[in-house]
Design a protein around this ligand. Structure first.
Ligand SMILES: [Zn+2]
Length: 197
């Protein structure tokens, strides 16, 4: 999960007209999360348009009034959307990357996401939305192997300028727009330390 800055709503009239998934508003949510699911950081590609998420579920009566509230909308993949469904608990709300700083709640140990010790909100988020589901763990592992290859390429370069270019490529693999950047960042940082030695 990666911190997302919520942009201003570009088309509030659509929300007032009770359309929470107007393409203009959805596109801005998609752009704000770099095209990634707000929970699992999977790139949502061109073949599947992604879902508009109600952070506080519209299916629960007490949140019904938030169905068209911009602050309650996010951009998600269908897997996370299905897993979360209408589950929500005010006492231990899911970590919300539009509000919370995920690095304060989660740790990444290679391809697996862990809650900080005693952080029940983070653990609830991982368990309910299934943020260590098999396909995600496999996809994160692929991303980490890709990082390893990029680090090896940088190490093999004897031309200083080529090494610099390859280091830049390596750094890009954990930037906010990179898929699974949360688990990738510590791996990239570790390789950069080794390459600096
Ligand atoms: Zn997802």
């Amino acid at each position: 999960m990666h911190k997302i800055n919520r942009p201003a709503c570009p088309h509030p009239a659509a929300l007032e007209a009770k359309n929470y998934k107007h393409p203009t508003n959805k596109a801005v949510l998609q752009e704000a999360s770099h095209g990634k699911c707000m929970y699992c950081e999977t790139n949502i590609g061109a073949t599947y348009p992604g879902d508009v998420e109600h952070i506080k579920p519209k299916g629960i009566a007490k949140y019904k009034h938030l169905e068209f509230a911009w602050s309650n909308l996010g951009f998600v993949c269908w897997r996370c959307n299905n897993n979360k469904s209408d589950l929500y608990d005010d006492s231990f709300p899911f970590i919300d990357p539009y509000i919370d700083e995920p690095t304060e709640h989660f740790d990444a140990l290679c391809q697996v996401l862990f809650p900080k010790l005693g952080d029940q909100r983070a653990e609830t988020t991982i368990e309910v939305i299934k943020l260590n589901r098999d396909d995600l763990v496999t996809a994160r592992m692929d991303a980490i192997y890709h990082i390893k290859s990029a680090a090896e390429s940088a190490m093999a370069a004897t031309s200083p300028l080529l090494r610099k270019a390859r280091l830049e490529t390596l750094k890009k693999l954990c930037e906010p727009n990179a898929q699974y950047s949360f688990v990738c960042r510590p791996v990239v940082e570790r390789y950069l330390e080794q390459l600096a030695e």
